[in-house]
Design a protein around this ligand. Structure first.
Ligand code: F7E
Length: 297
């Protein structure tokens, strides 16, 4: 049942929690786009950072200590490549207003757990993709673009830092772990990741291969471009646009999910290839539906 509420409005949170008296709360609410957080840093801090404190305060104020609380935190807490695989004890050096807001949410969750005995846990999730991913996140931007291209679109995809490496997992696997985190005997924090890392460029190349699109990269830096090779002709397909670079970006992220493997029996069902395949299949279906709709108008 959907209730009206807002992470910036303490009163609405207190009222909903008091009315429902839930067993479990999963705080997945955020301004979650890292790039956007540079344009809207104050709003991001309000929702992504203070929002979690407002829920924790409501639980404390209402004395509903039996509620189990899950806070979605993020691999954006890490930042500098201090290790090859980040785990629960790695150094935290966020590189964006979003990362700092999540750092606040992460620490405040731990503080409420240790100070007031609230069953409060953080899931440090690495990139979690799926066909439901928002259209401005890079994976979905790529799969939607390629699906439309297969159906004849001549649009050009504009991207930023294609050398950024991320640990890409499937949201379905990760959501199951969020639930498992709250089913443990003791509240704790967990890294949820696949343990593998691939660049944005590798994501594009792999997706093109699956779709039998012959791709050729030329140039360097801001002048790098990708062409589609078709019957010995080349057509521009992707170019780099300054607009999509962030003032600061994290170039390398790879998680170490050992603790989740052991304690939560985490066994991801999707690897990098299966994840891309699922997203492409979905976006191809959507693009076909859209095309039929337009043709019938
Ligand atoms: O960027 C680069 C971009 O926006 C991935 C969120 O769920 O995961 C997500 O954050 C990489 C970055 O995700 C474009 O610079 C290149 O290096 O898809 P993204 P993200 O920033 O990693 C973490 C775990 C979260 O917690 C966040 O909430 O790709 N990139 N070109 C681009 N990114 C975007 N969005 N658009 C581009 O055109």
């Amino acid at each position: 049942f959907l209730h009206y509420g807002d992470l910036t409005d303490t009163d609405s949170l207190v009222k909903i929690i008091n009315k429902i008296k839930p067993n479990e709360i999963y705080n997945l609410g955020a301004q979650s786009h890292v790039g956007v957080s540079f344009d809207n840093p104050v709003y991001t801090a309000e929702v992504t950072g203070l929002g979690s404190l407002r829920i924790l305060e409501a639980i404390k104020f209402l004395k509903l200590r039996k509620i189990k609380f899950y806070q979605a935190t993020s691999s954006e807490l890490f930042g500098e490549k201090t290790v090859t695989k980040f785990n629960e004890n790695s150094e935290l050096n966020p590189k964006s207003p979003y990362g700092v807001a999540k750092l606040f949410a992460h620490h405040i969750t731990k503080i409420y757990r240790e100070s007031y005995g609230i069953f409060a846990c953080s899931g440090i999730l690495f990139n979690h993709e799926s066909p439901r991913r928002g259209e401005t996140f890079v994976t979905r931007k790529i799969t939607m673009f390629l699906a439309n291209r297969i159906l004849g679109s001549k649009n050009i995809l504009k991207l930023g830092n294609i050398y950024a490496k991320r640990d890409w997992g499937h949201a379905k696997d990760y959501v199951e772990m969020q639930w498992k985190i709250l089913q443990q005997k003791k509240p704790d924090d967990y890294v949820i990741a696949t343990g593998q890392t691939h660049s944005v460029k590798e994501f594009i190349n792999t997706a093109c291969k699956m779709l039998n699109i012959k791709i050729k990269w030329v140039g360097k830096g801001i002048n790098e471009k990708a062409y589609e090779i078709k019957k010995n002709k080349k057509e521009m397909m992707i170019k780099i646009d300054k607009k999509y670079f962030r003032p600061l970006d994290i170039n390398y992220l790879r998680g170490n999910p050992k603790k989740a493997f052991k304690k939560l029996k985490f066994k991801p069902k999707y690897n990098f290839y299966k994840l891309i395949k699922t997203m492409i299949d979905h976006d191809l279906d959507e693009a076909k539906k859209e095309k039929i709709l337009i043709e019938n108008q």
